[in-house]
Design a protein around this ligand. Structure first.
Ligand SMILES: C[S@@+](CC[C@H](N)C(=O)[O-])C[C@H]1O[C@@H](n2cnc3c(N)ncnc32)[C@H](O)[C@@H]1O
Length: 229
């Protein structure tokens, strides 16, 4: 399939972006501000997930990318920031569309780490334009799935401009075993890795590495990590 065909197929599933984003907002209103909420029904794999991310980040992080500042996109209560990013970066910026999650992160969950947050952005990722040349690492975990192909592609283009020298963007997300599938309840799209790679490359980014998260139960959708710049 050509790039354009793939793009059209994924969009066909969505039928009206506004409704698509409204549904996700509605879904997350009822999600508790807790690790359980962030992990759906799979809180028991949170630690394995974080360890997988720490190892993957090591390949591109300190020594290669700088360690001045990272941006956690779709941060929720800050599970990834706390478990993966704060131990590495001097300061953090965090973005999520749900105020309740950000408040919980700042007031409770992050503890002393909260002092090293330079900015919280209560924003829809698809509407966010990061400042240029600002981040050593931009992390998107389980949030790329909540953007349409077009919005994800355009965000990645803006994100690339906001990287500091040797900066890296990471996407960690569920990837379909075949094609792509929309969950109409929370408006998330599970894409095949090839479709995700296609979006990334169409946005003008170069893929540095891809790795499957090991140690998750067979029954759940495969989770992959992609590093790019
Ligand atoms: C499954 S949770 C994952 C949270 C966190 N990344 C983690 O791994 O623990 C998805 C998060 O993405 C946020 N989110 C979903 N769609 C978004 C959008 N369009 N813009 C910004 N945040 C969004 C939700 O509010 C939620 O906090």
């Amino acid at each position: 399939m050509s790039e354009l065909k793939l793009y059209a197929v994924t969009c066909e599933y969505i039928k009206g972006e506004k409704q698509f984003y409204y549904r996700a907002q509605n879904f997350y209103k009822d999600v508790p501000a807790s690790e359980e909420g962030m992990m759906g029904d799979f809180v028991e794999i949170s630690e394995i997930d974080l360890e997988g991310s720490r190892q993957f980040l090591k390949k591109f992080g300190p020594g290669k990318a700088g360690t001045k500042r990272a941006l956690d996109c779709g941060c929720g209560i800050g599970r990834v920031s706390k478990g993966v990013l704060f131990p590495v970066f001097e300061s953090m910026e965090m973005l999520d569309m749900m105020e309740e999650f950000i408040l919980h992160a700042h007031e409770v969950y992050l503890g002393d780490y909260a002092d090293r947050v330079e900015a919280y952005y209560l924003y829809n990722l698809q509407e966010f334009s990061p400042l240029t040349k600002r981040y050593d690492v931009i992390w998107l975990q389980w949030v790329a799935c909540h953007l349409t192909d077009k919005d994800l592609m355009e965000f990645l283009m803006r994100a690339k401009q906001s990287l500091r020298p040797n900066g890296v963007i990471f996407i960690k997300d569920n990837m379909a075993r075949q094609g792509c599938k929309l969950d109409p309840i929370d408006s998330s799209i599970i894409r095949h890795l090839d479709i995700m790679k296609n979006i990334i490359q169409t946005a003008g980014l170069t893929i540095l590495d891809v790795e499957k998260q090991e140690g998750f139960p067979e029954a759940i959708v495969p989770v992959w990590m992609i590093a790019m710049h």
